[in-house]
Design a protein around this ligand. Sequence first.
Ligand code: NAP
Length: 204
Amino acid sequence: MGKVMVGLAMSLDGFIAGPNDGPENPLGDGGEHLFKWYSSGDVDFTWPSGTMMSKVSAESAALLREMVPTIGSLVTGRRTFDIARAWGGRHPLDVPVVVLTHTIPQEWAGKESVFTFVSDGIESAVARAKTIAGHKNVAVSAASIVQQCLRAGLLDEIHINLVPVLLGRGVRLFDHLGIEPIELERTRVIEAPGVTHLTFRVVK
Ligand SMILES: NC(=O)c1ccc[n+]([C@@H]2O[C@H](COP(=O)([O-])OP(=O)(O)OC[C@H]3O[C@@H](n4cnc5c(N)ncnc54)[C@H](OP(=O)(O)O)[C@@H]3O)[C@@H](O)[C@H]2O)c1
């Protein structure tokens, strides 16, 4: 069975998007700083869907080439799904996507869709994603989803792409946790231009 993991770009003050995010401004005001490292290197990284290419440093490319093929499904929230305009129907990771939402968008709920909409809680969403992923890992994305996974004890690994910027406002990743301390074991640090890739194991 694979792991449940999160991999997100985060500012030093803990934001994964700036304020005023939306389909026209996906990472919010100032949020473009979080993704600069995806386009400022000299090594091509083609995402599995083939619809998107990044230009990253050699260090970041090596990490992406190692991690991306291990992902078998993705769990995200309805805001991210809407802001990304459903990635045009195919996520760059080219894996099935489980979307937590209270309202199922009928236009995407068809039999041929790679999207599964789940309304009965985070445990159910992660269980569906695990079944889809098989022996591969489940990636969870978006702040509210990561927070629910942490509260429910579902997360095994945290990958933070730490960007040297202070956004000051926006969508904070580790907000609304209301938990007892969760111990983490730092398992890897990769210094790359414009980003530090940090990996933590959630101690259970
Ligand atoms: N920096 C990065 O690497 C990165 C990566 C991904 C996303 N992001 C950013 O993260 C932001 C979105 O994160 P977010 O935390 O604000 O929103 P989100 O998790 O994408 O979506 C939250 C919404 O999902 C639905 N939802 C969540 N949990 C649910 C549950 N248990 N049951 C039913 N529905 C549930 C609800 O929508 P409804 O009630 O409307 O159905 C809720 O309002 C965006 O700005 C996006 O660009 C950043």
